[in-house]
Design a protein around this ligand. Structure first.
Ligand SMILES: Cc1cc2nc3c(=O)[nH]c(=O)nc-3n(C[C@H](O)[C@H](O)[C@H](O)COP(=O)(O)OP(=O)(O)OC[C@H]3O[C@@H](n4cnc5c(N)ncnc54)[C@H](O)[C@@H]3O)c2cc1C
Length: 481
């Protein structure tokens, strides 16, 4: 294939990365479609108070664009968005982006991908890189009466900054990382803060010190210092976390549990402490990192509500015990529909079969990237990829390295198309399902890591294995044409 035309869908962290790597490989015929009017994905959409990265900044950076200016160990969301904008500018990616263009349909017809956008544009491509995000489609809870609430109500990923918060009565539904960050950031600004908790969460203490001017000056003159932090963090996260999650008996998991329990022990009121104590193992759900949540929830104006929500009424939230919790603002920190991936875009493969049909029982992808009969169609951070408390930038970079090698292998063999064989897909999926059974995610909690049958969907092997797999595609697993 000479001079392939590549369409990248999405201009978040993964799409920007894809455009940079394609350019570095000398592939010039590249366009990026982005449905919004700005790049940044997650970091454009999430602007809630308290948003920070929960992996250290020098780890949550592109390996080729380390950033001496990070203000904190876990920097705020706005700073991360600005970082992606700056990198996109520096590498000329912004020139390739077509904004306001939501790809609606993507079908493999006559040996090429034919794309259509919602606003009527049409395009063709030899290669499609779907960088459409995982935590992207807000999940709205099915609570009776929500529409009748007379105060302000919005999802955490659609924060309404016109709504005043100071001195108001605020409620937060949900207890994931987002809710914990919001509570910690808001408690001292509002009159009362009610956290509606269905499931208690294990929380690991994570101090968030700023980088001093001196440290930043050091990073500017000696990038090796940032690299050293990055490498140390990578090692610590992989050996101390990512690699142990896939072995529910690993001693390190008990150490993580002990760390979370010790932090929970800092809660002084024994009744509150027990309400906050999860009844499952630490890291079964995504572990929450926090610099101050237990302190925040112990403030006199913070109220942890553990009674189930009966319904929302015009004045507030009615819980099952009959109590009415009057509120001015209700924040739905209820997460995302993580089974959507490239959808609602309609993708149709070589055989004319819609991806929706192929994924009827849930999304899957060979190496978290690609699906049989979808030639040259690659999903960055696709289904079954590594998730957990580490950098998804690392995942996307490894995947892009793999994609570029595959593209080169196809090109140098005089072929045009690569898609995984059905046999390779079936073997990968069977091995994945088997391995998922012994992971910490399968030890008896409900989480967004599980599919409809209750099986963890994430990469169930070590991160080391992911690195090894991504180092070189197994060409025997591909149908090359
Ligand atoms: C609150 C929050 C905190 C997070 N914290 C961390 C963290 O600490 N560490 C970490 O590693 N990860 C974190 N994540 C995960 C984060 O989503 C990823 O790190 C990363 O930003 C994902 O980038 P992406 O480009 O793959 O997807 P996204 O950032 O979701 O970007 C996808 C882009 O594609 C566009 N798009 C989607 N569909 C279409 C279409 N059909 N046509 C055109 N454009 C389309 C979207 O508008 C969007 O701009 C967090 C996520 C959230 C929501």
């Amino acid at each position: 294939m000479s001079g392939p035309r590549v369409v990248v869908i999405g201009a978040g962290m993964s799409g920007i990365l894809a455009a940079i790597k394609l350019g570095e490989a000398g592939i010039r015929d590249v366009v990026v479609y982005e449905k919004a009017d700005r790049l940044g994905g997650t970091w454009r959409e999430n602007t809630y108070p308290g948003l920070t990265c929960d992996v250290p900044s020098h780890f949550y950076s592109y390996s080729f664009a380390l950033n001496p200016e990070w203000s904190h160990r876990f920097p705020p969301g706005a700073e991360i968005e600005a970082y992606f904008e700056e990198v996109a500018r520096r590498y000329g990616v912004d020139r390739l982006i077509r904004y306001g263009a939501e790809v609606d349909r993507c079908a493999f017809e006559g040996g090429r991908w034919r794309l259509a956008t919602r606003d009527g544009r049409a395009d063709e491509a030899d290669i499609v890189i779907a960088a459409t995000g995982v935590l992207h489609h807000p999940s709205h809870p099915d609570i009776a009466g929500l529409d009748g609430f007379t105060g302000a109500c919005f999802h955490s990923a659609r924060w309404d900054h016109a709504v005043p918060l100071d001195g108001r009565r605020v409620g937060v539904v949900g207890t994931g990382s987002t809710a914990i960050q919001i509570v910690t950031a808001l408690v001292d600004r509002v009159a009362t803060l009610r956290l509606f908790q269905r499931t208690a969460q294990w929380i690991a203490p994570a101090a968030n010190p700023p980088y001093s001017e001196e440290e930043k000056e050091g990073f500017r003159h000696d990038p090796a210092a940032m690299l050293a932090i990055r490498e140390e963090t990578t090692r610590a996260f992989e050996d101390g976390f990512a690699n142990v999650l896939v072995d529910a008996d690993h001693p390190m998991l008990h150490a993580i549990q002990a760390g979370c329990e010790a932090y929970l022990d800092t809660v002084r009121d024994p009744v509150l402490r027990e309400k906050l104590r999860p009844n499952y193992r630490a890291a079964c759900k995504r572990l929450i990192m926090s610099d101050g949540f237990y302190e925040a929830i112990q403030r006199p104006n913070a109220i942890l509500v553990t009674e189930g929500i009966e319904r929302v009424e015009p004045a507030g939230v009615r819980t099952r015990d009959g109590a009415l919790h009057e509120l001015d603002v209700l924040v739905l920190a209820t997460g995302f529909r993580v089974d959507q991936f490239v959808r609602p875009m309609r993708v149709v493969g070589r055989d004319g079969v819609p991806l929706d049909d192929v994924w009827r029982d849930g999304p899957f992808a060979y190496m978290a990237l690609t699906v049989p009969e979808l030639p040259n169609f690659f999903m960055l951070n696709g289904p079954n990829g590594p998730v957990g408390n580490f950098s998804l930038i690392d995942v996307a970079e490894l995947q892009m390295h793999y994609v570029m090698q595959l593209v080169e292998a196809v090109r140098s063999s005089g072929r045009r198309e690569a898609s995984p064989t059905r046999a390779a897909m079936a073997r990968f999926d069977a091995d994945r399902r088997q391995a998922a059974k012994t992971t910490i995610w399968n030890t008896g909690c409900k989480s967004w890591y599980l599919d409809a049958t209750g099986l963890p969907t994430a990469w169930p092997w070590t991160f080391r294995r992911f690195r090894d797999e991504m180092a070189q595609p197994r060409l025997d697993d591909f149908d090359l044409r």
